[in-house]
Design a protein around this ligand. Structure first.
Ligand SMILES: [Zn+2]
Length: 216
């Protein structure tokens, strides 16, 4: 009898750890239940040393990463002002500001080497059915940034071409309209060089170049 309950107890612990870790991986972008489970089984098959390396790398990442106070991107390194190398680059064109959803979008545009202005990371897209939109994106921070920036001549909205991206474009335009009118700033959106359904993150250099050239 006690053996059965002891085995049950052990089985429960095992299930809890499996479930717990699966839930953690499910929070990763683009990862569903099945993939999350595959990650957990993969980790089970690896050595203790592998797991130790992985967990210490994650902790090191958290210790070494900073978030830029101006564009909100994450970067490796620390400095007194907490400003990233793009925002502090004197050669970057400060008359143009590109607003993107997330860090990986910024990296794609940066890698394409066709844009030399500044960036702002919105931190998400605005869900289509949502009343409290402000809690999803950094709209107040963006407005603050625009108000402070006297050199700004143009804001480029660069969201993925899908319904949520379009909705965010519309929402941000309506929120910025007043401030941009007062400061005489043009608002444009990435052009149709991107085809419908395109994720900015996965676009190649040529596509980004065309989209930027055809911005409207
Ligand atoms: Zn920055």
């Amino acid at each position: 009898m006690w053996l059965a309950s002891w085995m049950n107890f052990n089985l429960k612990i095992e299930m809890d750890i499996l479930e717990k870790l699966t839930e953690v991986f499910k929070e990763f972008p683009g990862i569903g239940e099945r993939q999350a489970r595959r990650f957990v089984y993969f980790l089970m098959s690896r050595s203790l040393e592998y797991a130790e390396n992985l967990s210490s790398s994650i902790l090191d990442l958290k210790k070494e990463v900073s978030q830029c106070k101006e564009c909100f991107r994450f970067f490796i390194g620390k400095n007194d002002k907490n400003i990233c190398e793009i925002c502090s680059d004197p050669n970057a064109d400060s008359s143009i500001l590109m607003v993107v959803e997330k860090d990986s979008d910024l990296e794609s545009v940066k890698k394409s080497k066709v844009y030399h202005g500044k960036y702002f990371i919105l931190g998400g897209l605005v869900p289509i059915v949502e009343k409290n939109t402000k809690s999803f994106v950094r709209i107040n921070e963006l407005l603050e940034r625009i108000r402070k920036d006297k050199n700004l001549k143009e804001i480029v909205l660069a969201f993925s071409l899908n319904p949520q991206g379009d909705h965010t474009d519309f929402y941000i335009r309506s929120q910025l309209k007043e401030a941009c009118k007062i400061q005489d700033i043009r608002i444009s959106s990435l052009g149709r060089g991107l085809s419908t359904g395109t994720e900015l993150e996965y676009s190649d250099n040529e596509t980004i170049k065309n989209a930027l050239k055809n911005r409207q």
